[in-house]
Design a protein around this ligand. Structure first.
Ligand code: URA
Length: 422
C-alpha cells in the first residue's frame, strides 16, 4: 500500500477500501505518511466526500490508533455533550456541574479554540490555578469524587485525530462533514461514555452554515455513535448570533458563574437546561429536574468542587483587561442583527483566540455585548465593549465588527427565533 494510490482513489472520486483506510490512518499516526500527503487526502475528502461505510471505517481506524477509556467502575451512569463550536458558547461550563448535580457522571473531554470559535479549556484556564491536563487516574478521581470533570483528552486517546485535526486547521480542510463527524465521534467513542448529546450549531458563527448541512452532520454522528453502542442524540441549535452577552475566556467564565448562581442571560440558561434534560434522559435519569438544581445551588456546589479538584480557586478574582474600547449605538431603534461570525472574529483578533497553534491566548480579551437582537437601543448608548491587553489590536478587531450589527427604526417588529431549532 502507498499514500499516492490512496490519494488518487479519492481524487478520482472512487470509494476508499477498508484496507486503504486502515492503512493510511495507521501509517499517518506512525509518521510513515507525510503531512503533505495527508493534507492532500483531506482536501480530496473535503471535495469528493465519503460514504457512510467509509466514514464508519475511518472513525473506527482513528479509535484504534489509541487507547479506550473505561468508566465501568463508576456507580453513576455517564453522560457527555459535545458542541460543534460557536461564538459565546460557554454552555459546557454550567452544564457539566448541573448534570452531575442531577446524578450523572460527566466526563467532559474538551478542546481549545479553533479559528473564530472559543475553546472550553482556554476559558477555564483563566481561573487562577486551574489545570486542563490530567492523567487518566486523576480524571477518574475528579469524576468519581465530584461527579464532573472537564479536561483535555490525553495523548493516548485517538492520536490520529490529534495529528489530523492540527493539520486540517492549517490546510483549509476543517469544514468537511466526514472529517468533522469522524474527528468528534472517534474521541467520544474512545472516551467510553455511555451516552452523548451533540449540540450541532447552525448559522454564520458555526462551521455548518445551513440547516441541511447541520442535519447531515448530526445524522452522520448519531449513526456512528449508535453503531458503537453509545446512546447518541443531537440538537440543532442557532449560531447566527452569539450565545449570551460575552465572547472571550474570563468574560465567559464570569457569565457561566452568573448562570450557576441562578442569573445569566435567558438564551444561555434555556440551552443549558434543554441540553441537561437530553443528557439526563439519555443516561436514564428521567426523574430529576435540572431547572431545580440550578435554582437551589446544587449545580454551583459541584462547580466549586470540580474547579478546586483541578487546582483552581473558585473564589479568585478573574483577570480583567488592561484596555477597553466602547462601541455605541449609531441611532435609536431596535437591534435587529448581531452577527456571530463578526463578533467571533473580533474576539479572536483581540487576543481571545490564536493566530498560530503555539500562540498563548489572553485570558481577559473578548467582546462584551450590552444588547441582544430584539432589544431597544438609544443612540449613543454602549452596544459593545471590546477588551484586550494589547490596544494595537483594536483597529483590526473593529474591521470585523463593521457591518456585524444593524439598528432598525424604532418600533420595528422583531421576532426572536428559538435557540433550539430541531
Ligand atoms: N471539533 C472536533 O473535535 N473536530 C472537528 O473536526 C470539528 C470540531
Amino acid at each position: 500500500m502507498d499514500a499516492i494510490s490512496v490519494i488518487r482513489t479519492k481524487r478520482d472520486r472512487d470509494e476508499l477500501s477498508d484496507e486503504q483506510i486502515d492503512w493510511v490512518i495507521d501509517a499517518y499516526t506512525r509518521g510513515e505518511v507525510a503531512d503533505e500527503q495527508m493534507s492532500s487526502l483531506a482536501m480530496a475528502v473535503l471535495l469528493n466526500g465519503m460514504n457512510r461505510r467509509e466514514i464508519a471505517r475511518w472513525t473506527a481506524a482513528m479509535i484504534a490508533s489509541g487507547e479506550r477509556m473505561d468508566f465501568s467502575s463508576l456507580s453513576r451512569p455517564t453522560a457527555d455533550k459535545h458542541s460543534t463550536g460557536g461564538v459565546g458558547d460557554k454552555i459546557t461550563l454550567p452544564l457539566a456541574p448541573l448534570v452531575a448535580a442531577c446524578g450523572a457522571a460527566v466526563p467532559q473531554l474538551s478542546g481549545r479554540g479553533l479559528g473564530h470559535t472559543g475553546g472550553t479549556l482556554d476559558k477555564l484556564e483563566s481561573i487562577p490555578g486551574w489545570r486542563a491536563l490530567l492523567s487518566n487516574e486523576e480524571m477518574l478521581h475528579v469524576l468519581d469524587t465530584t461527579g464532573a470533570v472537564i479536561c483535555a483528552a490525553g495523548d493516548g486517546l485517538a492520536p490520529a485525530d490529534k495529528k489530523l485535526y492540527a493539520l486540517r486547521d492549517v490546510t483549509g480542510t476543517v469544514e468537511a462533514i466526514p472529517l468533522i463527524a469522524s474527528s468528534i465521534m472517534s474521541k467520544k467513542i474512545a472516551e467510553g461514555t455511555g451516552s452523548l448529546v451533540l449540540d450541532v450549531k447552525v448559522g454564520s458563527g458555526a462551521f455548518m452554515k445551513t440547516i441541511e448541512d447541520a442535519r447531515e452532520l448530526a445524522s452522520t454522528m448519531v449513526g456512528l455513535g449508535t453503531d458503537h453502542g453509545v446512546k447518541t442524540v443531537a440538537l440543532l441549535t442557532d449560531m447566527s448570533t452569539p450565545l449570551g452577552l460575552t465572547a472571550g475566556n474570563a468574560l465567559e467564565v464570569r457569565e457561566s458563574v452568573e448562570v450557576l448562581a441562578g442569573g445569566g442571560p435567558a438564551d444561555v440558561v434555556d440551552l443549558t437546561i434543554a441540553l441537561a434534560r437530553e443528557m439526563l434522559d439519555a443516561a436514564g435519569l428521567k426523574d430529576t429536574d435540572p431547572a431545580k438544581a440550578l435554582a437551589d445551588g446544587s449545580a454551583m456546589d459541584v462547580w466549586r468542587r470540580m474547579i478546586a479538584a483541578q487546582g483552581g480557586d473558585p473564589d479568585a478574582p478573574l483577570p480583567t483587561s488592561r484596555e477597553q474600547h466602547v462601541i455605541t449605538a449609531p441611532s435609536s431603534g431596535v437591534l435587529s442583527r448581531l452577527d456571530a461570525y463578526g463578533i467571533g472574529v473580533a474576539a479572536w483578533r483581540l487576543g481571545a483566540g490564536r493566530a498560530r497553534k503555539e500562540d498563548p491566548v489572553q485570558a481577559a480579551a473578548g467582546v462584551e455585548m450590552h444588547a441582544k437582537p430584539g432589544d431597544t437601543v438609544t443612540q449613543g448608548q454602549p452596544l459593545l465593549t471590546l477588551h484586550t491587553d494589547t490596544p494595537e489590536r483594536f483597529a483590526y478587531a473593529l474591521e470585523a465588527i463593521e457591518g456585524a450589527y444593524d439598528v432598525a427604526a424604532p418600533g420595528t417588529e422583531f421576532a426572536a427565533g428559538p435557540v433550539v431549532l430541531e
